[in-house]
Write a protein that binds this ligand. Structure first.
Ligand SMILES: *Cc1c(COP(=O)(O)O)cnc(C)c1O
Length: 366
C-alpha cells in the first residue's frame, strides 16, 4: 500500500536467536552500542509506490550495490530513543511521537520521504515486542532504539534518491559514558571546528553532521576532555551545543539558560522536556544565547553554579571542567550540582513510571 498511515508488518522470527546464556553474558555489561538484539525492522520506499514491504526479521547484513546513493552522497538520517522497563513491570518509551516528528523534519531537510508517525511508532513497538528478552531491567540500563533511513537507489548523480530503506535496530545499553552515571565530564571548546552554520544541516539528525564532528571530538580527547563544545559558526562567540547533546547553564538566582534553537542546534527532546518540567514547577528557563566569554566570567565570579549536557543517550550529565586553547576553568567545585542532580532524578523517575506522567510523555507498549 502507499501513502497510508498504516502498514502491515510481516513478522519472520529469527530461527537462530542468541542462546539465553550467551544473551545474559552479553547483557551483563553491555556498554553503549556494542550489543545488538536478534531482530530488525525494515521498510522500503520507492517513488510512486510509497512505503512497502514492512518486515520484522532476523538482524542481518543489508546487501548493497556499490553505487547505492548513500555511499556517495550521504543521504542518511537517524533517531535515538530508549525503551525502559518500568516500575510496574511494563515496557515504556519516552515521547516516541516527538522522535517521529523530528525524524520527518530531518527527512524534509535532506529531501527524503516522510514516514507516517503511526508507522514509525509501530516499527518501534514491533521490535521491542519481539526482542523483549533484550530489555535490561536494571536502573541504569535500557534498550536503545535506533531508527534510521538511507538512500538505496543505485545510481551516480547529485539528486534525491528515488528509493530508501528505513530500518530499526535495538541495542541494550548501560551508561553512555565509560565512567558511568552522574560523574561530571570535562569539555573542550573547539577553536578550530564548528558544527553547524545558518542554513546548513545542524537541525537535522543527519549522519554527515556526526562524520564532521569526529575530528573535533578527537581534538577534545587530545586535550584530555570527554566531549567537544561547539561555538556558533558566524561569530565564534556563542555556545551552540556539544557533539550530540544540548547544554544548560544554572545561575545563582535559580534561573536556567539554554541556547535558543534557530537552525544550528539539534532540537533535543530531553532539552524540551526539561524546559517544560522546570517551567511547570515554577522555575525560569530562558532560551537565549550564552557567549563563551560570559560563561568563563560567570564561572569565575560564582554567578554560574552548574552546567550540564543533556540527551537521550546520557540523560543529564554534569560538566565539571571547561578547557580552551588559552586555559581552563571549573564550574563551581567541579561536582554534580543540586539542580542537575534533581532534574536528572525527576526525568528518570518519569521515564521509569515512578512518578506521575502529567504530560502524556510515556508510551506504554505492554
Ligand atoms: C540527538 C542529539 C541531541 C539530543 O537530543 P535528544 O532528543 O534529547 O536525545 C542533541 N544534540 C545533537 C547534536 C544530537 O544529535
Amino acid at each position: 500500500m502507499s501513502g497510508g498511515d498504516k502498514l502491515d508488518f510481516e513478522v519472520r522470527p529469527n530461527p537462530q536467536p542468541v542462546a539465553a546464556a550467551e544473551r545474559a553474558a552479553l547483557m551483563a555489561n553491555p556498554g553503549f552500542g556494542r550489543v545488538f538484539t536478534d531482530h530488525m525492522v525494515t521498510i522500503r520506499y520507492a517513488e510512486g509506490k510509497g512505503w512497502y514491504d514492512a518486515r520484522v526479521e532476523a538482524r542481518a547484513p543489508i546487501p548493497m550495490d556499490p553505487a547505492s546513493a548513500v555511499l556517495h552522497y550521504a543521504q542518511e538520517i537517524f533517531e535515538g530513543l530508549k525503551a525502559y522497563s518500568a516500575a510496574d513491570g511494563s515496557v515504556t518509551m519516552f515521547r516516541p511521537d516527538a522522535n517521529a516528528a523530528r525524524f520527518n523534519e530531518s527527512a524534509r531537510r535532506m529531501a527524503m520521504p516522510e514516514l507516517p508517525e503511526a508507522v514509525f511508532i509501530d516499527s518501534l513497538r514491533h521490535l521491542v515486542e519481539i526482542d523483549r528478552a533484550w530489555l535490561p531491567t536494571s536502573e541504569e540500563a535500557s534498550l536503545y532504539l535506533r531508527p534510521f533511513m538511507f538512500a538505496s537507489e543505485v545510481f551516480l548523480g547529485v539528486r534525491p534518491s528515488n528509493e530508501y530503506l528505513y530500518a530499526v535496530i535495538g541495542s541494550p545499553v548501560g551508561s553512555y559514558f565509560a565512567r558511568g552515571g552522574v560523574q561530571p565530564v570535562d569539555v573542550w571548546v573547539s577553536p578550530t571546528y564548528t558544527r553547524a552554520a545558518p542554513g546548513g544541516t545542524g537541525e537535522a539528525k543527519f549522519g554527515g553532521n556526526y562524520a564532521s564532528s569526529l575530528v573535533a571530538q578527537a581534538e577534545a580527547i587530545e586535550h584530555g576532555c570527554d566531549q567537544v563544545v561547539f561555538l556558533d559558526a558566524v561569530q565564534r562567540r556563542y555556545v551552540d551545543e556539544l557533539g550530540g547533546m544540548n547544554i544548560f547553564f544554572v545561575y545563582d538566582d535559580g534561573t536556567l539558560v539554554t541556547p535558543p534553537l534557530g537552525g544550528t542546534i539539534l532540537r533535543g527532546i530531553t532539552r524540551e522536556s526539561l524546559i517544560t518540567l522546570v517551567r511547570q514547577s515554577g522555575g525560569t528557563v530562558l532560551e537565549q544565547p550564552v557567549a563563551f566569554d560570559d560563561w568563563r566570567a560567570d564561572a569565575a565570579s560564582g554567578r554560574l553554579r552548574e552546567v550540564f549536557a543533556c540527551g537521550t543517550a546520557a540523560v543529564i550529565t554534569p560538566i565539571g571542567q571547561v578547557r580552551y586553547p588559552d586555559g581552563e576553568f571549573t564550574i563551581a567545585d567541579g561536582n554534580p550540582g543540586e539542580v542537575t542532580t534533581r532534574l536528572r532524578q525527576t526525568l528518570v523517575d518519569i521515564q521509569r513510571g515512578r512518578v506521575e506522567d502529567t504530560n502524556g510523555w510515556i508510551h506504554r507498549i505492554g
